[in-house]
Design a protein around this ligand. Structure first.
Ligand SMILES: [Zn+2]
Ligand SMILES: [Zn+2]
Ligand SMILES: [Zn+2]
Length: 142
């Protein structure tokens, strides 16, 4: 279970100023535990701060993803963010397309890839598996 303390500590470890705004951002993700679009985060932030710009919120989300506080996924071509899994090892995600519940999957296809051609250096990669979780699988079709 990730707590606010953990997130705040990680921010300071990266030399961030832990502002009230960033704490609120962290809390939004702690409360939600599922995917949020930048727009949804922005709307929730707007309840606390007047005159906050969407760009500022989006920039903060990108930075939070860079230092591993939150994770990014693309669902229906929309970029969404959620709290980082408790899983510390490099992992990927199984995402339920119905309820958007996410499971960490400690497996990396790159570990099993052949050598890259033309001395290509991989810097990052994406691998997400979309499907139905156990609960959604059992729901009778309506
Ligand atoms: Zn994860
Ligand atoms: Zn589901
Ligand atoms: Zn990987």
């Amino acid at each position: 279970m990730v707590r606010l303390d953990d997130l705040v500590r990680k921010m300071s470890e990266h030399g961030w100023r832990v502002t009230d705004q960033r704490k609120t951002l962290a809390n939004i993700f702690l409360e939600t535990q599922s995917y949020l679009t930048p727009r949804e985060v922005y709307e929730r932030m707007g309840r606390h701060y007047n005159g906050l710009s969407y760009d500022t919120v989006y920039r903060n989300l990108r930075s939070m993803a860079e230092i591993g506080l939150i994770e990014q996924a693309t669902l229906d071509d929309v970029v969404k963010f959620k709290l980082h899994c408790a899983e510390h090892h490099h992992h990927h995600h199984l995402i339920c397309v119905k309820c958007e519940k996410t499971f960490s999957f400690v497996f990396c296809p790159l570990d099993h890839a052949p050598p890259m051609p033309d001395q290509f250096t991989a810097l990052s990669h994406k691998f997400e598996v979309y499907g139905l979780c156990k609960d959604c699988n059992q729901e009778p079709a309506s």
